[in-house]
Design a protein around this ligand. Structure first.
Ligand code: SIN
Length: 298
């Protein structure tokens, strides 16, 4: 196996692992160690088979069906005139409508830009990892996925900000999806009292590495996520400063997709962002997740 760092603030390419045969415990341990070190692992042009995606995911922990699958991701979809049936442990991320035509907006993140976030941070136990496999990518039409390293963001936080986040909890707004659209059956809050979702520490300790990472979740139009125990203006001001710091370009790295790429990222120590997709070109991904664990405060 070879692990080649991307040269950015996080991420590495993995070569030389054959997922069609059973993997030894030694190889599995090496892959888990590489994930702990690099946060994002990329298999280039590896497969478009659901069973390979699920096999990769299972190396890193119990496979979890993405919550979106229950809410609005279909169990089958039409693409290139064919009906594709999805394994129940997978969800669809695509800009196709029901007839298989690319569109600007749908319930599957559509063609829009997807702001920085970590997946399902508004849930009590967010997934440890997320995986995407690319089935169709726009030839020259955007849809790159960017990742950033929240260990580095925490390490380089100014001392006053480190003191300000120490021991603080944030309420993570569960009303909107990653594209900023209202989630099924949720009302967009009109006041901070209307904001609901899990409470998580702003700094968390990674269970595998013991390192501290900033844990911000996502930032939607106000009123949205807030820091418990602070007056609204102080919470907003602190969140603005933390977001400006955590999303600086030097903490990030961008993946440009090819068909068959499988990418795994760690929601506990990185965030991700997707650039907008040309709505005239299809983009189709299958997603699964690795189950998380209760958060350990930093
Ligand atoms: C996501 O934000 O989870 C989707 C990323 C992507 O479509 O590349």
């Amino acid at each position: 196996m070879t692990i080649t760092p991307t040269g950015g603030a996080l991420g590495a390419y993995v070569d030389g692992v054959d997922f069609s045969a059973p993997l030894s415990e030694e190889v599995r341990a090496q892959l888990r160690a590489a994930w702990s070190e690099h946060l994002v692992l990329v298999w280039r042009s590896a497969s478009t088979l659901d069973k390979t995606l699920l096999e990769v995911a299972s190396v890193f922990g119990p496979v979890q069906s993405p919550p979106a699958r229950k809410l609005h991701s279909p169990s089958s979809y039409v693409h290139d005139g064919r009906t594709v049936v999805l394994d129940p442990r997978l969800a669809l991320i695509s800009n196709l409508d029901r007839t298989g035509k690319p569109v600007p907006v749908n319930r599957l993140l559509g063609s829009s830009e997807v702001a920085w976030h970590s997946d399902y941070s508004y849930d009590p136990i967010p997934p440890a990892g997320s995986l995407l496999m690319a089935l169709t990518v726009p030839l020259d039409g955007g849809g790159d996925t960017h990742f950033n390293n929240q260990y580095l963001a925490y390490d380089e936080l100014a001392p006053a900000l480190k003191r300000a986040v120490e021991g603080r909890l944030q309420v993570h707004d569960n009303s909107r999806d990653s594209a900023g659209l209202p989630r099924d059956q949720q009302k967009t809050p009109l006041s901070f009292e209307d904001v609901h979702g899990a409470r998580h520490p702003l700094v968390r300790t990674h269970p595998a590495t013991g390192r501290r990472a900033l844990y911000l979740g996502r930032r939607c139009a106000r009123p949205s996520s807030y820091i418990l125990g602070l007056p609204t203006h102080e919470s907003e001001d602190l969140l603005d400063q933390l977001w400006a710091h955590a999303t600086q370009p030097h903490y990030g790295w961008r993946h440009q997709w090819r068909v068959g790429d499988i990418v795994l990222w760690d929601n506990r120590a990185c965030m991700h962002y997707r650039s907008a997709v040309d709505p005239a070109q299809p983009r189709v991904m299958h997603r699964t997740m690795v189950k998380g664990e209760p958060l350990t405060p930093g």
